[in-house]
Design a binder for this molecule. Structure first.
Ligand code: HEC
Length: 133
């Protein structure tokens, strides 16, 4: 059921963002009936592919974290408390070892170290991770 809602939400976002050039800087929220869980849109199925290619090497195949590499992203308040837009903004810059918010002393690289990832890919991965809970 949740998948169906995500797909519906994604279809709307694609329609809205289709010719927008991928910019996610704006704070405009589409005045649609998108359910809160998917308020930021994103395609979680596509996001799961992005995740396993780019993020799993540090965060683990199931996003449970890998010691010395990346934190657990499941059960993380950081993931659940922030909007999808905020999380995409975070992923674009990452979190360096000298960032005061850094808890491990290890770098979270911008775009997970993959500059080829567009903002839409990041939104997909956020949808995937939020779906994991
Ligand atoms: C080279 C290893 C590496 C890769 C690749 C990587 N990360 Fe990270 N990530 C980290 C580390 C290390 C941290 C923790 C930084 C800290 O100590 O605060 C982190 C933190 C995060 C956080 C913040 C979690 C929190 O609770 O503070 C998110 C969200 C995140 N990564 C998502 C991703 C996503 C999505 C990808 C793929 C696009 C990705 N990461 C790829 C190493 C990585």
């Amino acid at each position: 059921m949740r998948i169906t809602r995500l797909i519906a939400a994604t279809a709307m976002v694609v329609l809205i963002a289709g010719c927008g050039g991928g910019s996610s800087g704006g704070t405009t929220t589409p005045t649609s009936t998108t359910p809160p869980a998917a308020s930021g849109g994103g395609d979680s199925a596509a996001g799961s592919v992005v995740y396993s290619k780019t993020c799993a090497s540090c965060h683990g195949p199931d996003a449970g974290g890998l010691k010395g590499l990346g934190k657990a992203l499941t059960g993380s308040a950081f993931m659940t408390d922030q909007s999808s837009d905020d999380l995409v903004a975070f992923l674009k810059v990452g979190r360096g070892p000298s960032d005061p918010d850094n808890t491990t002393g290890i770098q979270m690289p911008p775009r997970g170290g993959n500059p080829a990832l567009g903002d839409d890919d990041l939104l997909d991965v956020v949808a995937y991770l939020k779906g994991l809970g």
